[in-house]
Design a protein. Structure first.
Length: 221
């Protein structure tokens, strides 16, 4: 069984790369379960939707890292119990866009110095230890310079007309998340995937091949 996570800040190309990865599995004729967190269309995401829509304050800092993490954790728990727990236990391959690592990046950014590391340890114990959500086999962190990621978010918003959530509304917050990701990657041992070169995104297929290489070398597919 393998649990493979694509992680990254907004605008890092996670969903694009998950699409390529799933297409690759389809070509191989391999079974897999594709997940995307949060599960906005499920009741288990009620609290995190309130949070992201600003019901508890328009500044992400209005809700502490631990409280906000619990909102996302219960959504993951519901998904584990109802969607993928059995497939995982039966040895299936799970491919997911965001996971516990998103709490590390987006909630860990609310804490600094030693407190951030204490939070990383707490998060692992809370979601994986106490809630018994499986630990990922690999977390691939889509490393994109913040300016390019912000530009990608702006472009997508202009195309889709989607309103910004409280994390996306302030660029300072996403900048802090990008910094926090470096700490989290070192703490948890994530693999970095360099998604940009020469001031722009690398071609999708190039990134896809790099991701495949890492996953194959790790013996996960
Ligand atoms: P999205 O951008 O993929 O729709 O995710 C919504 C926001 O929620 C994004 O800024 C990342 C954040 N988030 C967490 O803080 N913790 C989590 O566990 C997840 C899944 C997302
Ligand atoms: Mg977002």
């Amino acid at each position: 069984m393998a649990l493979i996570v694509l992680e990254g800040i907004d605008g890092s190309g996670k969903s694009t790369q998950l699409r390529h990865l799933c297409a690759h599995m389809d070509t191989l004729g391999r079974d897999y379960t594709r997940l995307v967190f949060p599960q906005y269309d499920k009741p288990s995401s009620a609290l995190l939707r309130m949070y992201l829509n600003g019901a508890f304050g328009s500044d992400p800092g209005a809700v502490g890292a631990h409280a906000a993490s619990t909102f996302f954790a219960v959504d993951r728990y519901a998904s584990y119990k109802t969607v993928w727990g059995e497939a995982y236990a039966a040895g299936g391959t799970i491919l997911t866009d965001r996971y516990v690592s998103s709490n590390a990046v987006h909630q860990g950014s609310k804490l600094f110095g030693a407190e951030r590391e204490v939070f990383f340890r707490w998060l692992d114990e809370f979601e994986h230890g106490l809630m018994e959500l499986p630990r990922p086999d690999i977390v691939l962190y889509m490393d994109v310079p913040i300016e390019i990621a912000l530009e990608n978010v702006r472009t997508r918003r202009a195309e889709t007309g989607a309103a910004a959530d409280i994390h996306e509304a302030g660029e300072a917050y996403l900048r802090a998340c990008a910094e926090t990701a470096k700490d989290a990657a070192a703490f948890y041992g994530w693999r970095f995937v360099r998604c940009a070169a020469g001031g722009k995104m690398r071609p999708e297929q190039e990134i896809h091949q790099e991701i495949l290489g890492i996953i194959k070398t790790a013996g996960l597919i």
